[in-house]
Design a protein around this ligand. Sequence first.
Ligand SMILES: [Zn+2]
Length: 411
Amino acid sequence: MSEIRINGDRLWAALMELAQIGATAKGGVKRLALTDLDKQGRDLVVGWGKAAGMSVTVDQIGNVFMRRDGTNNALPPVMTGSHIDTQPTGGKFDGNYGVLAGLEVVRTLNDLKIKTEAPIEVAFWTNEEGSRFVPVMMGSGVFCGAFSLETAYAANDTEGKTVGEELERIGYKGTQVPGDHPIGAYFETHIEQGPVLEDADKVIGVVPAVMGLSWYDCVVSGMEAHAGPTPMGLRKDALQVSTKIMQEVVAIANRYPPYGRGTVGMVQVFPNSRNVIPGEVKFSIDLRNVNDELLNTMHEEMLAFIDKTRGETGLKISIERVSYYPPCPFHPECVDAVRNATAELGYSTMDVVSGAGHDAIYAARLAPAGMIFVPCKDGISHNEIEDAKSEHLEAGCNVLLHAMLERARIV
Ligand SMILES: [Zn+2]
């Protein structure tokens, strides 16, 4: 069994060919969801799937499922997948790797004339990136019932074009009702999008879970006044009070290692003038943890600190939670399938908790799911310089092959 291997050169060639569609001058890819370029990318991948003998189903939100029959087609398929839409300054590997690794698994099974008991499916989900249309992970979200098809159809881009219209226009508004498609198990290979594997010099990340996140908008209101005549004791400086909260966001995360995260990434200062005491500051807060209880404790500590700060300073401080995703632990059987395959193939490995969202989170609501990470250069993604080594991508794809075979069973 451990002799069975995918073709790493063929996987790399497919990645490079798909990356030509929407290629940017800096070596990245710009292929936003439901654009003409997305259609071209979809057509290319679907063509490859059909050439590999797979049948293709498209659902009403444009998710595409390419199927290789098993010997017992009454069994739900063992599925793998990801997305082929990219960020505006995206790379060649984020998402695309997960889809083309699945295709390479099927090509390998064909080459070796291996039959599986359960069918094998390769999926790509619509609008994972959420860059052109919000919310992110739209296709898999509709599929698992996290939000409705109507909500997704009505989402519009900055030019007012809607998801419903654009799906229709590019010919990917299918007929299958989203979710009306059984899944026996789901695996997703992905570049790590963080620096942990590279830093530890490991090839395969076994992903036990994805972190949960809580997003907030915070507004601190003080009083604008002249920077010279207003004595320090008589000020209502919204920025100084905001920086106390910002420091506490980081302190809270540091109190809950190793997976506590606290980030203030967006700040607006009004009136943003050199010699005016800031009257109002708006900023974002992003808290994460892999444990929901700890994430909730972090949430409570932040609210308590804001209450205390309000009391001490007398400034008006408002805080609103704008997004919440609970942590997503993956299914022990799928995590073990990845772990076993990695051990069998002899790759160096470690557990890596995902800090980023993936379609696998939504798939995990319907079926046992697991993920496989491979290193990416400097941990960078959502960037045109995103890069990964061919031998790492090959290793991840081999692990995917063996994990899927464990679930689908060779006949
Ligand atoms: Zn991705």
